[in-house]
Design a protein around this ligand. Structure first.
Ligand code: AQP
Length: 332
């Protein structure tokens, strides 16, 4: 079976709708037909400053949301990145194969370091993409389900896998991105030219999955659109409406064409109201399921413990091969 791997940061407790539609939903769909490894990437989270207690709690909340979204530990391996030390170990090796200029071209680093300012930009944030390279290559993943914002990091992953394979000998599977066009980039509801992100300029643009559904419904209803009145799909001139249509389509399963027909003669308000209802219908049971896992921390820890064990079996083998290929003396 093909291998898939992906991860999500435990940085803010609640996942947002972009995380879910862009990534997590695909993880759920892929878990049955693939050998799937999914993780909460706490090593990535500390590239920006984290409160220790909040990080621990958010790691649990993240794992609970993944289970609430439909990951089934019987069908996938779910674990916490720091439970598998090989991630940090392979990242060091990969750091030593990455050009400084090559790493400097990562646009997400440029964006984030500008946002944080030079003083609070860490070297960890700079090498974050290389840690991601290690995450993927450790598991010999064939496909990596992520949102569009991760495409460049996956290109780097492919380049470094090739480089290692050429310099030493074929060792790593060169992975393919798995990015679904329709949901690759969910936009901010207040600024539809920007991607929905936890570091949004205005909290009104961000749909948090663990917020009261009423709060999110209100945000959908006050989403920024345009001065036209016809519901139609046009990413360039009607970015807001197009974003709402894509979210609707993802949640309802109807195609954009069907939706445009359905909203013919209706105003933007009808689209927003329907979307708020659809979201509430989906998110309410999601929240209930997430809460059951959060209320049973012993079970959650058991699932994560088993996941880490399964992950280490694969990761330790890859790392041993890598150490051997690069010429590290084996300990006796
Ligand atoms: N707006 C989005 N549309 C589609 N996919 C998205 N992803 C994130 N935002 C969108 C995808 O979600 C997965 C997890 O990403 P992450 O761990 O980087 O989560 P995050 O830090 O919460 O992402 P943000 O909100 O974008 O935060 P910033 O900008 O502060 O880092 C990934 O597969 C990602 O592509």
């Amino acid at each position: 079976r093909p291998r898939v791997l992906s991860g999500i940061q435990p940085t803010s407790g609640s996942f947002h709708l972009g995380n879910y539609l862009g990534a997590v939903r695909q993880w759920v769909d892929l878990q049955r037909e693939n050998d799937a490894f999914y993780m909460v990437v706490d090593l990535h989270a500390i590239t920006v400053s984290q409160d220790p207690e909040a990080l621990r709690q958010n790691t649990r909340i993240s794992a609970a949301q993944l289970l609430g979204a439909g990951l089934d530990p019987e069908h996938c391996t779910l674990f916490v990145q720091s439970h598998v030390p090989e991630h940090a170990q392979l990242a060091w090796v990969m750091n030593c194969l990455t050009g400084f200029g090559e790493a400097s071209r990562m646009t997400q680093f440029k964006d984030k370091s500008t946002r944080h300012g030079a003083e609070s930009t860490t070297v960890g944030l700079f090498t974050y993409p290389v840690l991601m390279v290690a995450d993927v290559l450790l598991y010999q993943a064939d496909a990596v389900p992520v949102g569009e914002d991760q495409r460049q990091h996956l290109e780097l992953t492919r380049d470094l896998a090739d480089r290692f394979n050429t310099r030493y000998s074929p060792t790593f599977t060169v992975p393919e991105p798995y990015i679904l066009k329709e949901t690759a980039k969910i936009q901010d509801l207040q600024d539809p030219t920007a991607k929905m992100s936890k570091s949004a300029a205005s909290p009104k643009g961000l749909i948090n999955l663990l917020d009261e559904p009423k709060v999110s419904a209100k945000k959908f209803k006050s989403a920024v659109t345009d001065t036209d009145t016809v519901v139609s799909y046009d990413e360039e001139n009607k970015a807001g409406v197009s974003n709402l249509l894509r979210i609707h389509s993802a949640l309802s399963g109807q195609s954009i064409e069907q939706l445009v027909e359905h909203f013919e003669g209706k105003m933007y308000g009808a689209l927003k109201t329907e979307l708020a209802e659809l979201f509430t219908e989906w998110v309410t049971p999601f929240q209930v399921r997430t809460k059951t896992y959060l209320d049973d921390p012993a079970e959650l820890d058991r699932v994560l413990g088993l996941g880490a064990e399964k992950a280490r079996e694969v990761a330790s083998q890859t790392l041993a091969t890598v150490y051997d290929r690069i010429g590290f003396l084996a300990p006796k």
